[in-house]
Design a protein around this ligand. Structure first.
Ligand code: SAM
Length: 250
């Protein structure tokens, strides 16, 4: 006898809504969401879905009304508490747009709490469009089951990042020229992982970063990784060693 399938089934559509959620609340969807549920997922009145507002967890909702390019939901009950995500921030030098989009999508899936684009000497990137990155993070959160969205900061210079950093937040400096092995370096606690641009950090920048309080240079192995690979590899290693991949109850 197949086990009774979990309820609600993980396959229900899942949407982020900007309106705070609660029992028996009515939620107006935007035109794109109404189109997605109505025309892509072919759901009508009575159809069920999961919704989250980035703060109060995940909720089961039901389509109450539909109209031209609009849909109203009724929130039925909470299905999950808001998740506790490891306090790990990823500061990355933006790269070409498509690869930066990919980095933001994957870093959201991997569980980054905050994403900080950092402008360094050798950063060659088009203007970082935060609105666009936010949409990518929302879609990734909808898909991977997150109930909290990663914060996405305005791009800052490396100097400003170091000046504004709370020294209690450990700075993990990913440097292909050498550093502690990830397994030895990463430890639970507020973390800021820093990875560089395609051309790497300049000597002056490396000295500046190494001189920062509570900074640990980290090696991601003997090969030189592309900028977006290094950012995601460092985040994944942190999650496995010091994050929330350590214990998942079956
Ligand atoms: N500096 C190199 C160059 O001159 O071509 C390559 C920079 S690499 C493409 C981009 C960034 O990824 C680096 O600044 C560093 O933060 C990170 N990175 C790449 N490989 C790494 C490794 N093996 N260990 C630690 N960080 C690495």
């Amino acid at each position: 006898m197949p086990a009774t399938p979990a309820w609600p089934p993980k396959s229900l559509p899942r949407l982020f809504v900007r309106q705070p959620l609660g029992d028996a609340m009515r939620v107006e969807l935007d035109a794109a969401q109404a189109n997605y549920l109505g025309n892509v997922m072919r759901l009508g009145v009575g159809g069920e879905l999961l919704v989250f507002d980035g703060d109060s967890g995940e909720w089961l909702a039901r389509i109450a009304e539909t109209g031209k390019k609009r849909m109203t939901l009724t929130v039925e009950r909470q299905t999950r508490e808001s998740e506790i995500i490891p306090d790990v921030w990823l500061a990355f030098a933006p790269v070409k747009r498509a690869r930066t989009d990919w980095l933001v999508e994957k870093a959201t899936e991997l569980g980054a709490a905050r994403l900080l684009p950092v402008i360094t000497q050798r950063t060659i990137a088009e203007r970082v469009k935060l609105g666009r990155l936010e949409v990518i993070a929302i879609e990734a959160a909808e898909q991977c089951g997150r109930t909290r969205l990663p914060g996405i900061a305005e791009p800052v210079t490396l100097k400003a990042l170091l000046n504004d950093r709370d020294p209690a937040r450990r700075l993990y400096f990913a440097y292909e020229g050498g550093g502690e092995a990830a397994a030895a370096a990463f430890a639970p606690g507020p973390a800021l992982i820093l990875t560089g641009p395609e051309g790497g950090f300049t000597e002056k920048e490396r000295t500046l970063v190494r001189g920062a309080v509570n900074c640990v240079p980290v090696s991601l192995g003997p090969r030189t990784l592309r900028a977006e690979t290094a950012a995601l590899a460092a985040l994944a290693a942190y999650m496995a060693i010091a994050g929330d991949w350590r214990l998942i109850e079956p």
